[in-house]
Design a protein around this ligand. Structure first.
Ligand code: KG4
Ligand code: ZN
Length: 338
């Protein structure tokens, strides 16, 4: 079975061909980061335009690299939610066009389900049920993966996502967009005990997250130092911030795992590339003798392979869309189309 996956929810135009659920035949990603860097964040209008310009060649290259044509493809899978609405619409309409022109089934894929599926591409033996921490630029979720196509959210953020916290603190420290990876690099050279940062919790919701207080604390710390003419060691602050975020994500995930009886834990989303988060969650699982899975670093960020992989499971479960498929900027993974 060959599934073509198309992703355009944010600032990466991506397409991939995945064979028999878990084997990547090709994966092509055209990133717009250099363009958005000038503005310190993603400019939605520019993102949509670039997707329009790139989607045809990206898809064409994915088919060529896989050594197939559309005639060999069994279904077209596409991210329809959540994300930037204009960006999503480019992928959705392109996929609809392909599916209709070739008489192929159209399979809608929820972006977060796609991130979770990046683990199936990395670990051929991984099967639900398990508990997954999903941390990206727009989401911080603890998800019960009940089956390949059924999810229950047990923890969510009440304000900023973990990636947003990394990026906004990085920006205040003078790192270019997207700052998460720069914090990660600087953290390798710093001491995580240098700054005592808060661990905000949400009263009454043990597994939920709140990162805006941590972000404000870092920004205020930088402003105060600036006003006093003092220099802040960026490596030390990066190490302390990364240690704190990794600690919060890990503590909440472990608490949920213990309460819900999960001994199999996975990590997903753009922030899963963070070395501190990978190490902290991995160590916490090892200590408790839990199985731990994380995606290969090449699959942590947005890509088409994770969409093709989840698309394969959706397709096998009979999940289909027709030409009325719309894009949605927000949509819980619990409510994904089925
Ligand atoms: O999943 P993703 O590519 O896009 C969304 O769906 O949001 O996640 C992007 C986020 C950004 O906030 C980016 O800074 C963060 O993932 N990120 C990292 C690292 N690599 C990417 N954050 C911390 N450390 C990293 N190494
Ligand atoms: Zn993403």
């Amino acid at each position: 079975m060959l599934i073509l996956g198309i992703e355009s929810s944010c600032d990466e135009t991506a397409a991939s061909v995945v064979e028999d659920f878990r084997s990547i035949r090709s994966s092509v990603i055209s990133t717009q980061i250099e363009e958005h860097k000038k503005y310190g964040g993603v400019v939605p209008e520019i993102a949509s335009r670039r997707h329009c310009e790139n989607i045809l060649s990206v898809t064409d290259n994915a088919l060529k690299e896989a050594g197939v044509t559309l005639d060999d493809i069994d279904a077209v899978a596409v991210t329809y939610a959540p994300g930037l609405i204009g960006a999503l619409l480019v992928g959705v309409n392109f996929a609809k066009g392909l599916a209709m022109a070739k008489g192929l089934p159209l399979v809608p894929v929820h972006h977060i389900a796609g991130h979770i599926a990046s683990n199936y591409l990395t670990h051929k033996e991984l099967e639900p049920p398990y508990l997954c921490l999903v941390a990206s630029g727009g989401h911080s979720l603890i998800v019960e993966v009940l089956s390949y196509t059924e999810f229950r959210v047990v923890g969510r953020t009440h304000d900023d996502a973990a990636g947003e916290c990394f990026d906004k603190c990085a920006r205040a420290m003078g790192f270019p967009y997207p700052g998460g990876v720069h914090i990660d690099q600087a953290a390798q050279l710093g001491d995580h005990d240098s700054f005592r940062l808060p661990h905000p919790t949400v009263a009454g919701s043990e597994y939920d997250f709140s990162f805006s207080g941590l972000k404000t604390n870092v920004i205020n710390l930088l402003h105060r130092a600036d006003q006093k003419g003092e220099a802040v060691n960026r490596n030390d602050l990066s190490a302390s911030l990364q240690y704190t975020i990794a600690g919060i994500l890990t503590d909440h995930t472990m608490a949920a795992a213990q309460a819900l009886g999960y001994k199999k834990i996975a990590l997903a989303g753009g922030v899963s590339a963070n070395s501190g988060v990978r190490a902290a969650l991995s160590a916490a699982c090892k200590k408790r003798d839990y199985e731990f899975y994380m995606p290969d670093k090449s699959l942590c960020g947005d890509n088409g392979a994770m969409i093709a992989c989840q698309g394969s499971f959706n397709y096998a479960a009979g999940i289909r869309a027709d030409e009325s498929l719309n894009a949605y900027s927000t949509c819980s993974i619990e409510d994904m189309l089925r």
